[in-house]
Design a protein around this ligand. Structure first.
Ligand code: HEC
Ligand code: HEC
Length: 504
């Protein structure tokens, strides 16, 4: 064999070996970094509580950073130390057993790390206790009355602004927690992830600033379309009129979506499509058109179509119910449906003008024509998923009252603690009360709202007026008053009506 032939052969051999090694590295890197697999749950209720909607792909925190943050920034979570490993209990998040993530958070392996983010259950699940000494029951689909999202944002943004949000502080906490990071994670993946997470939080903090300047939401409420406005860059590029600035709303219940198809819903009735309301909600879980996990969100959608609210678990006086039914049918059924399951009635799923309902106008005014126009551009490029049903309305929706007992505090802004108070005139309704307690009050039908604290945990003082006795924007408890709204009924009629509403 000539020497040129020999060296050609050696060249080939080297090439094959190098190519082989390269291929092994590529495959190893691909299995490490290209895997996209969420933690799945066969049971639909578990899926609702802990399953993925795709939000982790874009918005997810690496799991170990997430677990380390409450320890690194414990001063930003005043009560966090009380609940080691389940620190977000301090903000009203629900933890079952010794779970490491609360109800309403999902996990997915994406880009080489386990990442976590919120799902629908964080805003649409809560607990009920019979007494302060009872164990909590978890109810899926009810408003998340105890979860303080404003506190949650303040914690995250506050932490990002702190110098401790850095590799030097976070990595040692992760190792202490048992994170056991390998060399590549420790010196490459996590330092990059920590700096990206911090930058992203700082960016969001500046965009969300206008929301954090609003009067405290307290637990169970959020500025629904505020995040959409930040997404569209409304702030700070355009001065926003005072009356559009506070869009705070109570979390609603989301049962029985099937029979609600075609109704004008959201509190102001701005959308008639169940599917679009769900896709819009998915933004709240961090999922955008390219990252939405369609099959997994479809599972939730399908389940919600027929998901029944839980029945009222306390004694009901059926003789009184029989007296309450005709009162309800006469005054309320036309707007709210025949009962808790039959959503017929001429005006059900339509909007009552603000001049008539006269409840707090801020949530309505915060949703402008311009937001609607911009929202109808969302999902453009995604075929028939493109939003097309958002409209500006001029009042609040007459919604079905299914599962009403779990929907307290009442009205779109959660300004009225109990059904009994709703049937009083605004003059007589409480001007302040406590939110965030999950102990049930079957006498007045709502949650315990007069207890300021329990075992050192302070409940949120909801105020309708500020120190100067001026109305707090978004917190008015007026409206839904007058003869047709039941506030002029006699006391026995009100008693009977309240009893009937327990059966919804
Ligand atoms: C950040 C909290 C939050 C998350 C997360 C969230 N929602 Fe909601 N959801 C709300 C609020 C607040 C409203 C009321 C909006 C309004 O009209 O102001 C709402 C309204 C709805 C409605 C309409 C209810 C009605 O009758 O008017 C549906 C349906 C719904 N959400 C489903 C979902 C689904 C499905 C998910 C998960 C993909 C989800 N939501 C995630 C807060 C949330
Ligand atoms: C003209 C239509 C109309 C009539 C009549 C009416 N309501 Fe309403 N109701 C509404 C609207 C609109 C809202 C939402 C107002 C808001 O949240 O600002 C509402 C809200 C409610 C809520 C709060 C629901 C929640 O999830 O917070 C309850 C409870 C309620 N109504 C009960 C009644 C009862 C009981 C009667 C009869 C005595 C009645 N309504 C009569 C239109 C009506």
């Amino acid at each position: 064999m000539s020497s040129t032939k020999k060296s050609a052969k050696t060249c080939w051999l080297i090439l094959i070996v190098v190519g082989g090694i390269f291929a092994v590295i590529v495959v190893a890197a691909a299995t490490r970094f290209l895997v996209d697999s969420p933690v799945d749950y066969a049971n639909i209720e578990e899926h609702f509580k802990y399953g993925s909607t795709g939000g982790e792909r874009e918005s997810g925190f690496p799991y170990w950073i997430w677990k380390a943050l409450p320890r690194v920034c414990e001063d930003k979570l005043p009560e966090g130390k009380k609940y080691p490993g389940q620190e977000l209990k301090a903000l009203g998040f629900i933890y079952e057993g010794d779970m490491a993530l609360p109800v309403g958070m999902s996990k997915r392996r994406h880009m080489g790390v386990d990442r976590v983010f919120l799902n629908c259950a964080v805003c649409h699940t809560s607990t009920v206790r019979d007494t302060a000494a009872s164990a909590p029951n978890v109810y899926l689909g009810m408003p998340a009355n105890t979860v303080d999202l404003m506190g949650f944002e303040r914690f995250l943004f506050g932490c990002a602004k702190d110098g401790k949000f850095s590799t030097d502080f976070i990595i040692p906490e992760i190792q202490q927690l048992g994170g056991d990071l390998g060399l590549i994670d420790r010196y490459l993946v996590y330092p990059i992830a920590i700096s990206l997470a911090r930058e992203r939080l700082l960016m969001l903090a500046s965009r969300f600033q206008f929301m954090l300047e609003q009067p405290d939401w307290g637990p169970g409420r959020v500025d629904t379309f505020g995040s959409a406005k930040t997404l569209f860059n409304f702030f700070p590029n355009r001065p926003v009129p005072e009356k559009e600035r506070v869009g705070v709303a109570d979390f609603p219940s989301i049962w029985l979506q099937g029979p609600k198809k075609g109704m004008q819903l959201h509190w102001d009735g701005n959308n008639t499509s169940v599917e679009e309301r769900n896709r819009s909600a998915a933004f709240g879980t961090g999922a955008t058109p390219p990252t939405l996990d369609r099959p997994r969100i479809k599972r939730i959608e399908d389940w919600l179509l027929t998901k029944e609210p839980p029945a009222y678990p306390y004694p009901i006086d059926h003789a009184l119910v029989a007296k309450g039914k005709p009162v309800y049918v006469r005054y309320c059924a036309n707007c709210h449906g025949t009962d808790g399951r039959k959503f017929d009635g001429e005006k059900v799923g339509k909007v009552t003008p603000i001049e008539d309902i006269r409840t707090d106008p801020h949530r309505l005014d915060s949703y402008t024509e311009q937001v609607a126009v911009n929202q109808n551009l969302l999902y453009a490029g995604f075929g028939e998923e493109r939003f097309s049903h958002f409209r500006k309305t001029f009042g609040y929706a007459n919604m079905p009252l299914d599962g009403l007992w779990l929907r307290a505090p009442y009205l779109h802004n959660g300004s009225i603690p109990t059904l009994r108070d709703l049937l009083d005139s605004a003059e007589q309704r409480p001007k302040t009360f406590y939110r965030g307690n999950d102990v049930y009050d079957p006498i007045n039908v709502g949650f315990e709202s007069s207890v300021p604290e329990e075992n050192g945990k302070k409940f949120f003082l909801f105020r309708t007026l500020d120190e100067q006795r001026k109305r707090i924007p978004g917190n008015s408890n007026q409206g839904h008053e007058g003869p047709k709204y039941g506030t002029a009924l006699s006391t026995p009629e009100k008693e009977a009506l309240i009893e009937y509403l327990k059966t919804f």
